[in-house]
Design a protein around this ligand. Structure first.
Ligand SMILES: Nc1ncnc2c1ncn2[C@@H]1O[C@H](COP(=O)(O)OP(=O)(O)OP(=O)(O)O)[C@@H](O)[C@H]1O
Length: 338
């Protein structure tokens, strides 16, 4: 897994060398990408001068509220949308100069699915998607078997895709993308519609396969657990622009805790009412150690809360900060929920 740390927010192509510091060509380099839909008063700028690069072996989460420009960015890279301006290079190959050579490296699964052939069996789909990428399926048959095993699809390998459950179809979609031997894959909502356990398995296997094959992946998901579990880095878009670009821990580190929690069996309804009057209570839960009250406040407020508890003879069984997760960070910087 790559440990590269990209530049902070607002990096621009002009400031970036064409190769990474260690001399390696990035798996993907997007420079000054812009796309407007419509014209005149109805014009919508979907993507506005977006630049980023992704080193080989990195998994990047692409996030943003609805209409942020994620799909337009991905579709531009996949050649499904013609950008107004900008340069896209895959493994150093310019997409507009040598599209065929560039597309050999790229594959994607859009909107939680890809066009698997429903009449073909699972195994046949994998062979088909290898073939269209110019890979001889017999040469990678062992790899396909391992992929099917990892995604728990072996038992269904000879079943036509149309006869599978939704979750299984989802896994076949993912397997087909991974079977194509592309080294840059776009996965849009890879866990959409999966139950909790299947989602967990898929996340774990996806990460393992990516590491094993040194793949580069761009993952777009409304499920922040997917991003936190699978991604090394996160790019957040809003209104067609990149507003954050950093490793997942660094993005989280930019936000200090702004919520605190106290827990005690001594927190009575009366005290809770006083706390509610003085603080913004986020959540009250019952725990084995007593009532847990979470308040949104800064550290000064937290000390006032502790003093209030002390004055009411409350013996605290737990106190602590509530660390922000990616969901909190996302809401904070985009001002919108998912
Ligand atoms: N084919 C199109 N014609 C006109 N406007 C479009 C078209 N495709 C996208 N847009 C507009 O461009 C903007 C960015 O859309 P895009 O689909 O790229 O956003 P997104 O971040 O993928 O959003 P979502 O999470 O809802 O899929 C939106 O305002 C959208 O309405």
């Amino acid at each position: 897994m790559s440990s590269q740390r990209p530049p902070r927010q607002g990096s621009r192509a002009a400031e970036q060398p064409s190769t990474a510091k260690d001399g390696a060509t990035p798996a993907l380099a997007v420079e000054g990408l812009s796309k407007q839909f419509g014209s005149g008063a109805d014009a919508v700028t979907a993507v506005n001068d977006v630049s980023f690069r992704i080193e080989q072996g990195t998994v990047v989460g692409l996030l943003g509220p609805n209409g942020a420009g994620k799909t337009t960015t991905i579709k531009s890279i996949l050649g499904l949308v013609l950008p107004d301006s900008g340069r896209i290079r895959v493994q150093g190959i310019d997409m507009s100069e040598s599209p065929r050579a560039a597309y050999r490296h790229v594959d994607g699964m859009l909107e939680g699915a890809r066009n698997d052939y429903w009449r073909l069996t699972v195994r046949e789909n994998l062979r088909y998607f290898s073939t269209i990428k110019g890979v001889k399926p017999d040469a990678v048959a062992d790899r396909h078997e391992r992929l099917l095993a990892k995604l728990d699809l072996l038992e269904k390998a000879d079943v036509p895709v149309r006869d599978l459950s939704r979750g299984m179809k989802q896994k076949v979609s993912l397997a087909s993308v991974l079977a194509s031997e592309s080294d840059l894959v776009f996965l849009d909502e890879p866990t959409l519609g999966l139950d909790v356990e299947s989602s967990l398995t898929l996340r774990r296997e996806l990460r393992r396969i990516v590491d094993e094959r040194d793949l580069t992946a761009v993952v777009s998901s409304h499920d922040m657990d997917v991003i936190e579990d699978v991604c090394d880095r996160v790019i957040i878009m809003n209104e067609g622009e990149i507003i954050a670009d950093d490793s997942v821990p660094a993005v989280l580190d930019q936000f200090t805790a702004n919520a605190f929690a106290v827990t005690s069996p001594d927190i009575t309804d009366g005290l809770l009412a006083i706390i509610r009057e003085r603080f913004e209570v986020v959540e009250v839960t019952s725990t084995e150690r007593g009532r847990r009250v979470e308040v949104a406040t800064d550290s000064d407020g937290f000390y006032r809360l502790l003093a209030l508890c002390r004055n009411h003879d409350v013996t605290l069984s737990a106190v602590g900060t509530v660390e922000p997760d990616l969901e909190d960070v996302f809401v904070e910087i985009t001002g919108q929920g998912r």
